[in-house]
Design a protein around this ligand. Structure first.
Ligand code: GLY
Length: 370
């Protein structure tokens, strides 16, 4: 994406835990000064930036230089790329690094990367010394539109995704849109699944905006991408401000995630999260249509939009429906043994159903095989 776009700012209204999300090209270079402004001058001067081996050579230097210019004794800690890294074993290795760096309660921990790095780093920040200041510097569309905002942190367990975690809000979020220039096209498109999800569950006009602006978005047009990110952050911030800990409303963000997470686990994390959410939304739409909750026309329109962005809408033949059913029962949204499904009666609206049967899940999965 080219530069020249203005900086945008969205506040996540969470009282004393509220924070600002800044979106714009080149803003990573201002990380140190922005952090000083948020944390004040008096705190610890030790800082750690946690990133992965893909992002470290691209943006690690920029983040560290910026922190050093602001007077921080900053170190870069690199973990392997890929969701397999999001584990308690990696968290434990990161605690070793923080101990070696003599990180104190006021020492900031900065996530530099996509959703995996953000979730893992946030979990480490939430638990080290019972919580140190956490900053998100996201470098992927997926993290910008979803994972980077809202304070869900965590690591995976062999039994399922994100089963170990904490709600822990960042103090500051920076989305440097210039970092999307180096994002592989597959990852760029995968991130758009969460944007389409936000339109489907919360804002029908925004969903239509994706249809009208598909060419600009896919061409990484700077103005279109900045508008897309800001709109997503506003939708997410609004939902999180209303229901930070997912007591009710926030669960609408799980549209497509129940079957999507199962597919993600069964694909051994080889599919991108957004790709799994795309097939999960198609599966949930199929269930909705069979229950006469969603119209076939809307389900078709959603599927077409996902296909426009090159996202998968079929479940690989190798995925056994029984395992999908089994894994949905491990979902965090299970209450009293019932899986809580999010369905979309019409774009912009959602309903919850906790009586979706194994037969309905099996049917949706079978229907989606190539
Ligand atoms: N990614 C869903 C949420 O933040 O609640």
């Amino acid at each position: 994406m080219t530069t020249g776009d203005d900086m945008r700012e969205v506040r996540v209204e969470l009282g004393e835990r509220g924070y600002v999300v800044r979106i714009g090209p080149g803003i990573l270079a201002g990380l140190g000064a922005a952090l000083r402004a948020v944390l004040g001058e008096g705190g610890s001067s030790v800082a750690a930036v946690i990133t992965d081996e893909n992002v470290a050579p691209l943006y690690g230097g920029c983040a560290i230089d910026s922190l050093r210019r602001a007077g921080y004794d900053a170190r870069l800690v690199t973990v392997p790329a890929g969701d397999a890294t999001k584990s308690l074993a990696t968290a434990s290795r990161l605690y070793d690094e923080l101990a070696a760096a003599h990180m104190e309660r006021s020492s900031p921990v900065i996530a530099l990367g996509g959703g995996m790095v953000g979730d893992l780093t946030g979990f480490v920040a939430a638990t080290w010394l019972r919580g140190v200041p956490f900053v998100q510097c996201s470098t992927t569309v997926e993290a910008d539109v979803d994972a980077g905002v809202g304070g869900k942190t965590g690591v995976n367990h062999p039994a399922g995704k994100n089963l170990i975690g904490a709600f822990y809000q960042p103090r500051l979020v920076l989305m440097d849109t210039a970092t999307l220039d180096t994002l592989p096209d597959r990852d760029f498109r995968a991130g758009l699944a969460e944007s389409i999800k936000h339109g489907a569950i919360r804002d029908a006009a925004f969903l239509e905006w994706h249809h009208r602006n598909a060419h600009r978005i896919l061409a990484h047009d700077a103005a279109a991408v900045a508008e897309l990110l800001e709109k997503n952050v506003r939708i997410k911030a609004d939902v999180v401000a209303a229901d930070e800990r997912e007591a009710g409303l926030r669960a609408i963000l799980n549209f497509g995630h129940t079957i999507g997470h199962a597919v993600e686990t069964l694909m051994d994390y080889e599919w991108r999260h957004g790709e799994c959410v795309a097939v999960g939304m198609v599966a949930a739409s199929r269930i909705g249509v069979r229950r006469s909750i969603m119209s076939a026309a809307d389900a078709g329109r959603l599927r077409t939009l996902l296909e426009t962005f090159g996202l998968p809408t079929r479940i690989p033949a190798t995925i056994p429906p029984d395992r999908v059913i089994e894994l949905t029962k491990m979902d965090k949204k299970v209450a009293a043994g019932k899986v809580k499904f999010v369905l979309v009666p019409r774009f912009g609206e959602t309903v919850f159903r906790n009586d979706i049967t194994d037969v309905e899940i099996r049917q949706a999965v079978e229907d989606m095989k190539p």
